[in-house]
Design a protein around this ligand. Structure first.
Ligand SMILES: Nc1ncnc2c1ncn2[C@@H]1O[C@H](COP(=O)(O)OP(=O)(O)OP(=O)(O)O)[C@@H](O)[C@H]1O
Ligand SMILES: [Mg+2]
Length: 265
């Protein structure tokens, strides 16, 4: 069996005064593609920030590659939940990616010839070579997401943390981005944690799902986790799971959970 690269033991995470996760223990193996699900406020972003060492656990221990999570790990790449700020960014794709080649600072960077080649290679890997010189503010959501992914690839990471990369994309573009991430994962042997609100677009690529809710976490196969009793515990409400034609519908009464969760973004 492949080694664990993420291990949480009895981890409690707080955001402000709020307990987001309580005494969570789990481990994720190298090469897994994990879907991180849960409703708004369940703790998906908080968990990713803890894996990055940006917040310290209130209790317990978060270990990555066998060591306590700490800021700036070179093998971890992170694409944050897309901010409106990025959509206003006048920087072009090339400069955006190049700006981390010499440390994480914004602005037009000076980089070596070798670094320039690495930026072009990263853009080509996500089929975004043609976007290199266009301002991020002029790109569509899907194009901007590809540039963000290219930035992730620059340091040749082993672990990708992608926070809601599908937000704002229509179903065909969601599928394009998922297929791209899956291709990168397979060819570079990456471990991927990808947070999302909708499970169905991810079904073809997920190895396991990590579902957060009510301070708890359930990690397992789709069949183990996406089940009425497990989800009822995580939502603190009666949840029913329906399977129709290879699609899964998570229902609270007559309302489908996850649908349109981010229409406001
Ligand atoms: N800096 C903060 N101070 C206080 N509370 C916070 C802070 N950051 C997050 N929270 C709270 O912690 C909880 C978890 O937030 P988090 O952003 O991790 O949820 P999420 O699952 O990523 O949600 P979404 O689907 O909306 O992105 C929320 O209730 C949120 O309001
Ligand atoms: Mg979030």
């Amino acid at each position: 069996m492949k080694p664990s690269i993420i291990e949480l033991s009895e981890v409690t995470l707080k955001a402000g005064r709020r307990t987001v996760l309580k005494e969570v223990t789990l481990s994720i193996r190298a090469g897994e593609f994990i879907g991180v699900l849960g409703q708004n406020g369940a703790g998906k972003t908080t968990l990713m920030r803890a894996l990055l060492g940006l917040i310290k656990p209130f209790a317990g221990c978060v270990r990555i590659f066998g060591q306590a999570a700490a800021r700036g790990h070179p093998a971890i790449a992170y694409a944050p939940q897309t901010s409106a700020e990025l959509a206003r960014q006048r920087l072009c794709g090339f400069d955006f990616i190049a700006s981390i080649a010499n440390g994480r600072c914004w602005g037009r960077p000076w980089i070596s010839r070798r670094q320039r080649a690495a930026v072009y290679r990263a853009l080509e890997q996500v089929d975004a070579g043609a976007l290199a010189w266009r301002a991020l503010s002029e790109l569509s959501g899907g194009e901007r997401q590809r540039v963000l992914l290219a930035q992730c690839l620059l340091g040749e990471p082993k672990l990708l943390l992608l926070d809601e990369p599908l937000i704002g994309l229509d179903p065909p573009h969601q599928q394009q981005i998922i297929a791209l991430i899956h291709r990168m994962q397979q060819s570079m042997n990456l471990t991927v944690l990808l947070s999302a609100h909708e499970l169905n677009p991810l079904l073809p690529v997920l190895d396991r799902v990590l579902y957060l809710g009510n301070g708890s976490a359930a990690l397992g196969s789709i069949d183990e986790v996406i089940a009425g009793p497990v989800l009822s515990g995580l939502y603190g409400a009666d949840i029913e799971v329906l399977r129709v034609d290879g699609h899964i519908f998570v229902m609270a009464g007559h309302t489908e959970i996850g649908k349109d969760a981010h229409r406001h973004v």
